[in-house]
Design a protein around this ligand. Sequence first.
Ligand SMILES: Nc1nc2c(ncn2[C@@H]2O[C@H](COP(=O)(O)O[C@H]3[C@@H](O)[C@H](n4cnc5c(=O)[nH]c(N)nc54)O[C@@H]3COP(=O)(O)O)[C@@H](O)[C@H]2O)c(=O)[nH]1
Length: 847
Amino acid sequence: MLNYSRTHVLHIAVLSAVYFLAAKLGLALALVYNTVTLFWPPSGIALAALLIFGWRVFPAIAIGEFLASLTMGLPLSSLAGISCGNALEGLLGYYLLRHRFGFDEGLHTLRDVALLFVFGALLSPLVAAVNGAWWIKYAIGGSWGDYLHILQYWWMGDALGIALFTPLVLAWLRGGAIEWTKERVQRAVLVAVVLVTASLLIFSDLENRLLELGLFFPILIWVALNFNLRFTSLALTLVFVSSILGLLALGDLHADRMDVLVDYVWLYNLLFGLTAMSVAVLNGRRDRVEQALRRSEETLKRAQAVGGVGSWHFDIRKKMLEWSGETYRIFGISSDKPVNYEIFLQHVHPEDREMVDLAWRHAMKGMPYDVEHRIWADGKLKWVRERGEMTFDAHRRAVSGTGTVQDITEWKTAQEDIQRLAYYDVLTGLPNRTLLYDRLNQAVAAAHRDNDQFALMFLDLDRFKYINDTLGHQAGDEMLKVIATRLVGAVREGDTVSRLGGDEFVILLRETGAEGALYVAEKLLASVAQSFEVSGTVVSTEASVGISLYPHDGADVETLIKHADVAMYHAKAAGRNNFQFYTEQINERAMSHFNIERDLRIALEQRQLMVYYQPQIRMSDRKLIGFEALLRWNHPQNGMVPPAVFIPVAEESGLIVPVGEWVLREVCRQARVWHDQGLSPVPVAVNLSARQLNGDRLVRFMRSLLAETNLPEWTLELELTESMMLDDEKAAMQFIGEMRALGVALSIDDFGTGYSSLSHLKKLPLDKLKIDQSFVRDLAVDEDDAAIVRAIISMAHGLGLTVIAEGVENAQQMEFLEVLGCNEVQGFYYAKPMPAAEAEAFISRLH
Ligand SMILES: Nc1nc2c(ncn2[C@@H]2O[C@H](COP(=O)(O)O[C@H]3[C@@H](O)[C@H](n4cnc5c(=O)[nH]c(N)nc54)O[C@@H]3COP(=O)(O)O)[C@@H](O)[C@H]2O)c(=O)[nH]1
């Protein structure tokens, strides 16, 4: 059952009235018996109303039709019959279109246009035409020829009414609105002017311009292409009305001469409708596709922006790179700038460029392209993840690549934060226990593999609790941060300073033995002991350090940490601000090392050092030809400290540089004194250490020393060892060259103990070669030693060098050396190293 609301009743009333008026308009153009017309808009209105509102509007059509029929002047039975047939026409069209063929009243497809024309305009009017013609014949009579004539006109009128007015109503009630831009309005005005002008010109002289009717096709197609269905149907109505008015202006429509014109007008209007509607529907479809594409592009753009994901396409053959707007945004490049692979690479962080380029080249060989790298965008460092897929031709050559680029900066930062929290101490930023253990495990594995060593230190602040309690926790935190920075500054880059919590720090020193650890421990203690300001108060603290050594004190992490901890408690017990090794033996050695270094610094300042002189004798006449200067240290508590004990410590700590300079200065001072005393001058040989050869400090020192003391250059002879030459050959050659330029003599010390490379020796512009005392000691009894010494002497002579033998202790050795052709000797046989005063007497006696 159909329920009618007030609104529906109102709709029916309005529709009946519209139908009635349209019918009256159509009947005004009746061609046969005042009832049959070629132009019957009501049929189109009725079908459109049924398609939009459904069966319920059928009464409106029936009422409008019946009322209009009443004015035809036919008998009531015929009127009823005609009305029923006309109303049924609409119902048939509606049924076929909607229920049989699924017609969509939005007229979205060409199929809908075809359905409307075939079943709506051409087929369903047959019902009304067959029926209406019969009722007229029934009422008026006439031949079957007349019947067919009426049927034809009836059908034609209804068909045109449906072809033009159903789309018009559907477009205005169901179609989409048009977007009126300024340009569109201008075009609409233009087309209206063109249509009206063309209509006036053509339809006012229709008889002579029938062929020109065809001109409306391009105009209407242009309208359909530029506007929507609504506007096109309006244009068609305009042409239709113009054509009717044109016909009426030509004279009586019933006149015979009008038949052809009327038929033409009917046919052209039908074709105009069919053509323009089809084009408008196709155009609407294209517009909708474009709109959908635009919408989807917009959605994609927004989705890319929301997700921080851009896309790219690279045509490898044309070398054309295309980026989406989001990709441009991620790379910080204006989207109007063209990009290519080189520009892309320029934005990649220099350290990642090679990796990205390699990944791309691999991708072109078929491997997946999935890389995370850094880029510089707008002066900011960003992290991106790029993924892509390549397409290949039949020869497996990459032709293009398509992929995405995702801004993962935030994710990376979050990862880093997570990493930091998991592996780093929040307060100081130092590695925490987890990371320390990880690094320790790595250090154990590496040291085990390389047969190496490392040191582990446990450092505990001495007065931290006191500072925390008196100045507050904030001050304590500040202090820990300062200490952390200082500790990091005191170790090498590859070492690890970690904080286990509270005031406990653990330090891992890679590739470091006892001496290195000792050196670093001193540095750490000194750096912690420096005072600093916290919350306006100057505070100072000290630390205790425990040291364990791998592999000596433990082969695994736990043991090493435990032993460093134990050592640290010993250090605390021993009086704080000091360090202790875990093993007593190492501790003693390290402590002695530490004490020597500390005391040597004092010795240098407090003039506890002195130079002894050991004479050097010419073999041929046993005359004094020079001295070797040998450093001595008279310790206030320990007495004379042997050079073999303190020289290695001085070398390791770097003290040898100031100490060595002191020796050179002292030798020059003494030579000046002897010179001033009128003693015959002899050269003095001074030992150099490898560390003194670093840089050009010694060269500058020698220059100014000789200039200051105004001594002849030959006063000083410098002794270098073979190993010093091998350590840094270039530096040694440079130094020797500089000394030769100054006129200072150079000799090679301890010859035979090192590599004794002849090729090396050949290259060096030396004056003298000193045979090591280890070969001289058993020279008279050991044939091998004798052979070595003989070989050294003959080789040195071959190179034009003077040979001196050291450690000569008896006459037998002297004789041998003489026989072998040795030029000079030095040793206890003649004299032990002696203070300057004694050396003076020696000069007077033997010179
Ligand atoms: N870089 C510097 N090194 C120096 C300096 N002064 C000394 N040294 C080096 O210390 C090492 C030990 O020196 P020292 O204890 O002085 O021993 C020297 C002589 O006393 C010793 N010698 C000399 N004759 C004999 C002998 O007949 N028998 C014997 N048993 N020993 C003897 O030999 C040492 C001299 O060595 P060398 O320098 O190789 O000629 C030693 O390596 C010194 O070089 C210094 O100022 N700077």
